[in-house]
Design a protein around this ligand. Structure first.
Ligand code: GLA
Length: 375
């Protein structure tokens, strides 16, 4: 099968693209899932030596090797050595595609078209990240590697049947990861449905720009292009209000060390940063707005996050508990952060928030770029 994929690439590639083939995709085995499915690991490289690896379980980013200010590579995302790690208790949505509805739905209840729906409560008392057994992070996606002049990557496809995890409508989803020579990893999402359904997809990588397994991210410096956020109750469900960040620990409109003001938040239900920020829309021609920039003074690595989405969840890894990940490295509390571009939490129950309802005939699209540089 691995051989077949690379042969297919070669025969479909034009001569002009031929040079790209040398650094494209060589799938290898990533172990077997508990129910006996063969998982694969797909590798993509760019001309600067950046390497990204993906698995079809959960359309997941497994490794991301990024150069520091001296050109030295480090893998900056948390993950596991094979698919069994992703099926273990230690996996807290590492690198996955979260859906059909990422983030929380209050009490797991909502209505669409006058009909009430109940989905599993898996984050008491709410629904989190799409369900229990067949949420998008746990299912096997169909993977198609590609290599083009604009970058190499993987196109993942999944058809979520009507009623899966309690959601209405058959949803056809596509997630395309592209690594290009500007050191950007672009994630493009597309979805269509045959019945109205809520859809909110996101990417759930945990980053530590000093390298996965480094003790903390509290020394990273964060800027958020967000003057407001969605305040929540103690179960992290928004009240529906949009509040200014000014004068709070959530004000990252100017670059700030993450650990500087976290202390008071550690005593809250969020146990640190776990908030949805409202992105100040720049509306540039590309449709992408810069939502966040993270700088690691130790390595010099900078990550810029750009998106077409209205919100970004900044989560400071508060529930990491020292689980062992890739190469036996320990992932301590607050040793990695997530910047998840998405619609606001519980949008399906908040009429004033931008809608997450996808209707038949409409197309869901979402783009998110993680761009790496140094200073
Ligand atoms: C999201 C949530 C967090 C946490 C993680 C997974 O980022 O906002 O509260 O549940 O996923 O552990």
């Amino acid at each position: 099968m691995a051989r077949f994929a690379s042969v297919m690439l070669l025969t479909t590639a034009s001569l002009a693209n031929f040079a790209v083939q040398a650094i494209a995709v060589e799938p290898r085995s990533f172990g077997k899932t508990k129910d006996g499915k063969a998982a694969k690991l797909y590798t993509v490289k760019n001309k600067n030596g950046m390497i990204a690896k993906f698995t079809d379980r959960g359309a997941t980013l497994v490794e991301l090797h990024v150069p520091d200010k001296n050109g030295k590579l480090a893998d900056v995302v948390l993950g596991f050595d094979d698919v069994s790690g992703y099926e273990s208790e230690g996996n807290q949505y590492f690198g996955c595609t979260a859906g059909r509805v990422a983030n929380r739905i209050a009490k797991g209840k909502f209505s669409v078209g006058g009909k009430e729906y109940s989905v599993a409560v898996n984050n008491e008392p709410n629904a989190l990240h799409g369900g229990v057994k067949r949420s998008f992070d746990k299912v096997m996606w169909n993977a198609m590697p590609f290599a083009k002049r604009g970058g190499s990557g993987i196109q993942f496809r999944y058809v979520s049947p009507d009623g899966e995890e309690g959601y209405p409508g058959t949803l056809k989803v596509e997630v395309i990861y592209t690594l290009d020579d500007s050191n950007s990893l672009t994630i493009s999402y597309h979805a269509t449905t045959d019945q109205a359904t809520p859809v909110n997809l996101t990417h759930h990588s945990y980053f530590n720009l000093s390298g996965a397994g480094t003790d903390t991210v509290l020394d990273h410096v964060l800027t958020l292009n967000c003057k407001s956020y969605t305040p929540t109750d103690d179960t992290l469900i928004p009240s529906g209000k949009i509040a200014p960040v000014r004068g709070t620990e959530l004000d990252f409109t100017k670059a700030e060390v993450i650990g500087k003001r976290i202390k008071s938040l550690i005593e809250t239900a969020a146990l640190g940063y776990d908030h949805n920020f409202v992105i100040d829309q720049e509306k540039p021609a590309s449709g992408l707005t810069t939502a966040a920039t993270v700088y690691d003074p130790t390595s010099g690595r900078v990550m810029t996050v750009m998106t077409t989405e209205p919100g970004i969840q900044f989560y400071s890894g508060n529930f990491l508990f020292g689980q062992k990940g890739k190469g036996g490295k320990e992932y301590k509390k607050r040793s990695a952060l997530c910047l998840e571009t998405q619609h606001y939490p519980d949008s399906v129950n908040q009429p004033s928030f931008p809608s997450t309802i996808l209707k038949p005939g409409d197309k869901y699209t979402h783009k998110c770029v993680y761009r790496f540089s140094n200073k």
